[in-house]
Write a protein that binds this ligand. Structure first.
Ligand SMILES: Cc1ncc(COP(=O)(O)O)c(C=O)c1O
Length: 427
């Protein structure tokens, strides 16, 4: 049965007078899914992170076991959540070479992690430094957009600096941008737009020289890089082994494969967590304190993260990473062989790549349009105009099919002189 196209507010008559049996609702939901892009078939370049159904079962059952508990009560009434968070931090500290002194906050995602680090560094700066004007963060232009969301909410200016060679942050340009009001230096490991690492070691040295907080955003690569390095890919040192790194954000709900709502903000020194904590007593109910932005928080996300990390272990993540990296390299090899197309370099630092057209007769956005008409959802990159793909293990079986479709789309666009336009609808 084909579900009706969604019409906001028109699918149900209003608030239901009586309830509906779960089996009926479940059936409806399964039919709703036909409205979505075919992510299991590898048609999406972002949004989902999938290895296999067994892992989904582990994650979902763990989440269900804790779908009612509330992480707001962690440490007070839900000691089991504290137990799981302790385990998650032990595993993460080990993975990222964190020192004994390290501390961790469990956040809802990369966006909350970036919000929290800007808020925490702002409070640290206000406590320990004098400042004259609007506080700022200095970051390469490739820093994730969520950094500007944090800046807007927290009234902190985000100074985005131009890139050096190979799409990496330029340490000299960042050094020039630092002012007395700089609260944080920012680097990505790797950045999402180009999938390359900023120069973490250089930025760490700069941070130490200028006595500044240095945050490394590993939200995309935190559960890829340690394993890709082991597999022989050219991954630079980027974690707490690098002097000067103050904090790291890493998403378990991306290539850690947990349910959404799971990310870590890790501090080199647990004492910094005190600047993150929110506490308020000016209301009748008494002191209210939270470690992060959210109040009530999904305990299920913690349970899912704990379960998948333990279920996969280092060897499991080697397998998931190998599949994602094999697919990435397969796409790049296939697309580079298509006349007129070229994948941007460097490659091999993570499972994101971009391809451009060097042939004036092949408009890359027209290629994207043709792919989209054929059921693929192309990631459209603006600078340079390119098709970007974040690669999952789920892409491995369809590499050849995709490359064939790209080649056919290029032939079509060239033969028909089809023009395309960049559209802001692909992220
Ligand atoms: C490098 C990086 N930072 C932050 C984020 C934001 O993460 P989230 O979507 O979990 O909020 C992303 C998302 O892709 C990312 O790639």
């Amino acid at each position: 049965m084909t579900p009706k196209a969604p019409q906001h507010g028109r699918n149900v008559a209003g608030f239901p007078q009586s309830g509906t049996a779960w089996e009926t609702l479940k059936q409806e939901m399964l039919e709703f899914k036909e409205l979505d892009h075919d992510w299991r078939g590898g048609r999406l370049p972002a949004y989902i992170y999938y290895f296999n159904d067994e892992l989904v079962r582990v994650s979902s059952e763990a989440y269900s076991l804790y779908s009612v508990e509330n992480a707001l009560g962690e440490g007070k009434v839900f000691k089991s959540l504290t137990r799981m968070l302790d385990d998650i931090s032990t595993m993460a500290f080990d993975l990222y070479n964190a020192p004994e002194s390290a501390g961790m906050s469990f956040t809802s995602g990369g966006t909350e992690g970036l919000f929290e680090v800007v808020k925490t560094a702002r409070k640290w700066h206000r406590t320990h430094r004098k400042s004259s004007g609007t506080l700022n963060v200095v970051a390469p232009v490739t820093a994730h957009a969520a950094l500007d969301k944090a800046g807007e909410i927290l009234d902190v200016e985000i100074i985005r600096t131009p890139l050096g060679p190979e799409y990496r942050g330029d340490t000299a340009a960042m050094a020039d941008a630092i002012t007395d009001d700089t609260i944080l230096l920012f680097g990505s490991a790797p950045c999402f737009p180009y999938g390359v690492f900023d120069p973490t070691a250089e930025l760490g040295r700069l941070a130490l020289e200028r006595d500044l907080w240095f945050h490394v955003d590993a939200c995309w690569g935190g559960f890829v890089s340690p394993f890709a390095k082991q597999l022989g890919y050219p991954i630079p040192d980027w974690d707490f082994s690098v002097p000067g790194v103050t904090s790291i954000s890493t998403d378990i709900h991306k290539f850690g494969f947990s349910a959404k709502g799971a990310s870590l903000l890790i501090f080199r020194d647990v004492a910094l967590k005190e600047y993150e904590r929110f506490e308020f007593s000016g209301w009748p109910r008494g002191t209210y304190a939270t470690p992060t932005f959210m109040g009530s928080r999904p305990a299920g996300a913690i349970a899912s993260a704990w379960a998948v990390m333990r279920h996969l272990g280092f060897e499991g993540y080697l397998e998931t990473t190998k599949a994602a990296m094999d697919a990435t390299m397969g796409f790049i090899e296939g697309i580079d062989a298509i006349e007129g197309l070229r994948c941007l370099r460097p490659i091999g630092e993570t499972n994101v790549y971009n391809f451009v057209s060097d042939d004036p007769g092949v408009d890359i956005m027209a290629v994207a349009d043709v792919l989209q008409e054929n059921g693929w959802f192309p990631g459209r990159m603006r600078e340079p105009l390119a098709i970007q793909q974040g690669v999952n293990p789920v892409h491995l079986p369809i590499v050849d099919e995709y490359v064939r479709d790209v080649a056919a789309a290029v032939d079509y666009v060239r033969a028909n002189k089809q023009a395309g336009t960049y559209r802001e609808d692909s992220y």
